[in-house]
Design a protein around this ligand. Structure first.
Ligand SMILES: Cc1ncc(C[n+]2csc(CCOP(=O)(O)OP(=O)(O)O)c2C)c(N)n1
Ligand SMILES: [Mg+2]
Length: 291
C-alpha cells in the first residue's frame, strides 16, 4: 500500500489485511496434489499456499522472475496447483471441472475455492454448485464474507441466507464468525476430511473483515468502523497474543526482514524480454530455497 503510489507496481492490488486467518487456517491442511482456486484478493491465498514473496512482488512489478513471468499481474497467479482470476466467480466452474477431473482419474486430490460475498451475486456460482453437487466433485467452497463488495455493503446487495444458497443444491455448509486462526484451522480440517472421504462438495462461510480499502484508495466506510474492526478482529493480534513476547518479536523481525529482502530483490529483477513473449515461463524462475 505504501509502495503503490511510487509507481512500482503495474495494474492493481487488493491486500488481504485482516483476513489472513482464513487462508492460513484452510490451506494448512492441503496436500501437494490438491487444487486451490482464488479471486482478485489472491495475494494472501498465494502466500498461505506456500508461494514465494519475491515471486509475488516480482509479478506485481512485471519482472521475469514473477509467478507468471511478470505477465499475469496482481490478480492472475498460477503456480503449481494454485490458480487465480480477477473475473469475479470466473474460477468456480473451472474448479468444478478440475475437481471432477481429479475424481474421474482416480486421484485423491480435492479442490478449495475461495470466493467473496460479492461473488454470491454471480450466476455462474449457482451453475457451478449445481454441477459440483450433481457430480459429487470434491470441493470446499470457502466464502470469505467481509460484508462488503468493493464499496457496497452486504445489506444492500444480498437477500436471504448464505448457507441456504448451498443447501438449496444439497451442499452442507458450516459458518464461523471468527478471526482466530486456530478456530478456522480445526473447523476446516473436519470439512476437508469430509470432502476427501465422502468425495463431495462442502462449504465453509467465514465471517471476516477487510482492514484496507477494496483496492488502493477506495474505502467509503467510516474511519471509526475501520478502527473498531482493526482493534477487535486482527488475526495477527489474536494469535500473536498466545506467543511469548520475546519469541513474537523475534518472529516479527525475521518476517519483516524476509519481506523487505524479497521486495528489494524483486525491484532489481529484470523485465521479461519481448522476444520471450511466445514462450512465457509458467513457473517462477526462482530456484527453491533462494528467497
Ligand atoms: C465479473 C466481474 N464483475 C465485476 C468485477 C469488479 N470487481 C472486482 S472485485 C469486486 C467486488 C468483490 O467483492 P467480494 O467478492 O465480496 O470480494 P472482496 O473484494 O470483498 O474480497 C468487483 C465488483 C470483476 N472483477 N469481475
Ligand atoms: Mg466482500
Amino acid at each position: 500500500m505504501e509502495e503503490f503510489p511510487k509507481g512500482r507496481f503495474f495494474g492493481t492490488t487488493h491486500t488481504y489485511l485482516g483476513q489472513e486467518a482464513n487462508a492460513v487456517g484452510v490451506l494448512s491442511h492441503l496436500a501437494a496434489e490438491d487444487i486451490v482456486t482464488s479471486n482478485h484478493r489472491c495475494h494472501g491465498h498465494f502466500l498461505a499456499y506456500g508461494g514465494e514473496p519475491r515471486a509475488l512482488f516480482a509479478e506485481l512489478m512485471g519482472r521475469s522472475t514473477g509467478v507468471c513471468g511478470g505477465r499475469g499481474g496482481s490478480q492472475h497467479l498460477h503456480w503449481r496447483n494454485f490458480y487465480s482470476s480477477g473475473v469475479l466467480g470466473g474460477m468456480l466452474p473451472l474448479t468444478a471441472g478440475m475437481a471432477l477431473a481429479e475424481k474421474v482419474q482416480g486421484r485423491n486430490a480435492i479442490a478449495v475455492a475461495f470466493l467473496g460475498d460479492g461473488a454470491l451475486g454471480e450466476g455462474v456460482l449457482y451453475e457451478s454448485l449445481n454441477m459440483a453437487s450433481l457430480w459429487n466433485a470434491p470441493i470446499l467452497f470457502v466464502v470469505e464474507n467481509n460484508h462488503i463488495a468493493q464499496t457496497t455493503a452486504i445489506e444492500l446487495n444480498l437477500a436471504g441466507d448464505i448457507g441456504e444458497r448451498f443447501s438449496a443444491f444439497g451442499i452442507l455448509s458450516a459458518r464461523l464468525d471468527t478471526s482466530d486462526v486456530l478456530e478456522i484451522l480445526s473447523r476446516a480440517q473436519e470439512l476437508l476430511e469430509s470432502v476427501r472421504s465422502q468425495n463431495q462438495p462442502h462449504a465453509l462461510v467465514l465471517d471476516t473483515h477487510r482492514f484496507g480499502p477494496h483496492s488502493k484508495g477506495d474505502d467509503t466506510r467510516p474511519p471509526d468502523v475501520i478502527r473498531r474492526i482493526q482493534q477487535d478482529r486482527d488475526p495477527i493480534k489474536i494469535h500473536g497474543a498466545r506467543l511469548d513476547t520475546k519469541i513474537r518479536a523475534e518472529i516479527e523481525t525475521q518476517v519483516e526482514a524476509e519481506v523487505s529482502q524479497a521486495f528489494e530483490r524483486a525491484l532489481h529483477d529484470p523485465f521479461p524480454l519481448i522476444e520471450s513473449h511466445e514462450d512465457a515461463p509458467r513457473q517462477p524462475q526462482i530456484a527453491s530455497g533462494e528467497h
